[in-house]
Write a protein that binds this ligand. Structure first.
Ligand code: FBP
Length: 331
């Protein structure tokens, strides 16, 4: 039974009053509209996009909450899992994503291989195909390709995931890698998710989340052919001089988070690509929910929430994820 006052198409998932007819008719309308934006995709890819969009507590709403757990690789095990030790076990994350009713679960090869058979068919999976660790340092990230499209198929995934770092000296290599992986994934009927995180010697630290830069990173991911684009919530700072002039002359609103999210979503082909926002480092419930409200008001399609979910004890994580989902369901 869904929480009181929360609007889901045809009733909340699990609600005895929600008929399969409700789910079929009401949910598919929005999902079909979204699928129509990806007209050049083959039936396999469209089916996998639909699998993600129709799964979980937000299934059919056109909104998404995804659990990403690549932080063990990106940040190291203690920084990622020591706060909540059951999270060292890869099976924990499958269960968390399933129990919370997420749309999908994304992870690198090792984590997915450790649970894909046990949880086969229980939740759409996204195989993260490149990763970088924090051991080498340096200002220009250059991730390694750590899995293949065939790995994704073997593990029953609905999509591949890939991070690009626009503003890194190595960005062109990443663009070329995802071009080839995306071509192969699409030809084999998978969807493509791009994490677009501006970072590197081309921009300042504040520039990583500057509105103009995040919007630009969103556009690059869309131009690279992503079905889902994942970016960080933007600040009001504008990094690039030439962009600043346009923001001022065209009076593009930057003041509030909803304004900024609106600009980012518009930068994804006028809102015809699915843009979701990352949760960031662990923070308090109110701060998380305030940010989600801003994203939802600005027309964001959802969130990908890693540390703010798996670093909390499981019941608290599920509670918070449900609160997040309720905000999106009512937006
Ligand atoms: P979080 O919700 O934990 O921020 O996860 C989202 C994510 O994109 C992860 O997939 C990735 O490991 C992490 O952010 C990268 O964080 P950072 O950019 O701070 O290294």
């Amino acid at each position: 039974m869904g929480p009181v006052g929360v609007r889901y198409p045809g009733g909340a998932p699990g609600d005895p009053g929600r008929s399969s007819e409700d789910e079929k008719v009401v949910s598919s309308k929005r999902v079909k509209e979204i699928l129509s934006w990806y007209g050049s995709s083959n039936a396999g890819t469209l089916g996998n996009l639909a699998r993600i969009l129709n799964h979980g507590r937000l299934g059919g709403t056109g909104k998404l909450v995804i659990l990403p757990v690549d932080q063990g690789f990106e940040h190291g095990p203690a920084r990622s899992f020591a706060k909540n030790p059951p999270a060292y076990d890869p099976r924990y994350h499958f269960e968390l994503a399933i129990d919370a009713g997420c749309n999908a679960y994304a992870a690198p090869l090792g984590f997915l291989e450790a649970g894909a058979a046990e949880f086969a068919g229980d939740i759409p999976l996204i195989l993260k195909l490149n990763n970088s660790d924090s051991l080498y340092g340096g200002t220009d990230p250059a991730p390694a390709v750590t899995g293949s499209v065939d790995d994704a198929l073997r593990l029953g995934c609905a999509a591949i995931g890939f991070t690009i770092y626009p503003a890194s000296a190595a960005r062109n290599e990443m663009y070329q890698q995802i071009r080839a992986l995306s071509e192969e994934a699409k030809s084999k009927g998978l969807a493509v998710v791009i994490w677009s995180y501006p970072r590197g010697s081309g921009i300042s630290k504040d520039g990583e989340t500057a509105l103009d830069v995040v919007a630009y990173a969103t556009q690059i991911a869309a131009q690279l052919g992503a079905h889902f684009i994942k970016v960080k919530p933007p600040t009001a700072y504008i990094e690039q001089k030439d962009a600043k002039k346009v923001f001022e002359s065209e009076k593009i609103p930057v003041e509030t988070l909803p304004d900024r999210v609106r600009h980012v979503v518009q930068s994804a082909f006028g809102g015809r690509r699915i843009v979701i926002f990352s949760g960031g480092a662990a923070k308090g419930r109110d701060e998380v929910l305030d940010e989600i409200r801003g994203i939802a008001q600005g027309g964001g399609f959802g969130s990908i929430v890693g540390r703010n979910s798996f670093q909390r004890p499981k019941t608290q994580a599920i509670e918070l994820l449900h609160e997040i989902m309720d905000i999106y369901a009512n937006a």
